[in-house]
Design a protein around this ligand. Structure first.
Ligand code: GTB
Length: 217
């Protein structure tokens, strides 16, 4: 059955891989599953046809036969549960890997999203500059905890899993801020994720859609 995902017709990051379709592409590449991409404009995302698949009018979505999913955590978990390579066979190790997936989207991603909100959506408010250090420090607090748990290991719990995939992609969003580089262990962790052939294919495919015309940026 053909798998079809949705992605930005034109990603605001111009192909840095920060939009969330990248984590779904990455999971599909790790699982060795071919897929098609339907590109959607910001307007189309808010129209009934897309809202029928994604109630919040966002990307990415995932369609396979009569199954339609939204939310990257659920999509990546679905892929990981149906194909080898993203979750361990041992039941307890599998449950722990899923904990890391939830930790990525529920515990680590929210303060990172707050930074985006503070800089972009609230950047013109008179109190914005005053709030920024608080938001940045909340991220640093989480990263300190995560770095301490990772220690010198390559991955969060043994072999690479969907938990690492989600966590590494969540952390990638921080790179433009410079905060990721304050934590060399985590920066190296993200780089290990990016070095995986599956990530490279996913990144290249989203870049091909978003590459600025005429080679400029
Ligand atoms: N919780 C949902 C999930 O995990 O699937 C969140 C989905 C989501 O936020 N999708 C964003 C979207 O559709 C795209 S990824 N936004 C349009 C809208 O809400 O109208 C978020 C994103 C956007 C841009 C960049 N960037 O330019 O760097 C990075 C990430």
């Amino acid at each position: 059955m053909t798998i079809t995902i949705t992605a930005f017709e034109k990603s605001p990051d111009r192909g840095q891989g920060l939009a969330r379709d990248t984590r779904v592409r990455w999971a599909l590449e790790e699982a060795g599953q071919p897929y098609e991409v339907r590109l959607v404009s910001f307007r189309a995302m808010k129209e009934p046809a897309h809202l029928a698949i994604h109630p919040f009018g966002q990307i990415p979505t995932y369609e396979e036969g009569d199954l339609a999913l939204f939310e990257t955590g659920a999509i990546v978990l679905h892929i990981a549960e149906h194909h080898a390579g993203l979750l361990p066979d041992d039941a307890n190790a599998r449950a722990r890997a899923i904990s890391w997936m939830f930790a990525a989207v529920n515990t680590v991603e929210p303060p990172i999203l707050d930074l985006v909100t503070a800089k972009i959506l609230e950047g013109d408010k008179p109190w914005s500059m005053e709030r920024l250090p608080l938001v940045q420090d909340r991220i640093r607090h989480r990263l300190r905890q995560l770095a301490s748990r990772l220690g010198g290991a390559d991955w969060l719990d043994g072999l690479f899993s969907a938990g690492d995939l989600m966590m590494a992609h969540v952390l990638l969003r921080l790179r433009p801020s410079g905060i990721l580089d304050e934590f060399p262990g985590l920066a190296a962790y993200v780089a290990r994720g990016e070095a995986r052939p599956a990530y490279k294919r996913a990144f290249a495919d989203q870049l091909a859609v978003n590459k600025p015309a005429h080679g400029g940026r």
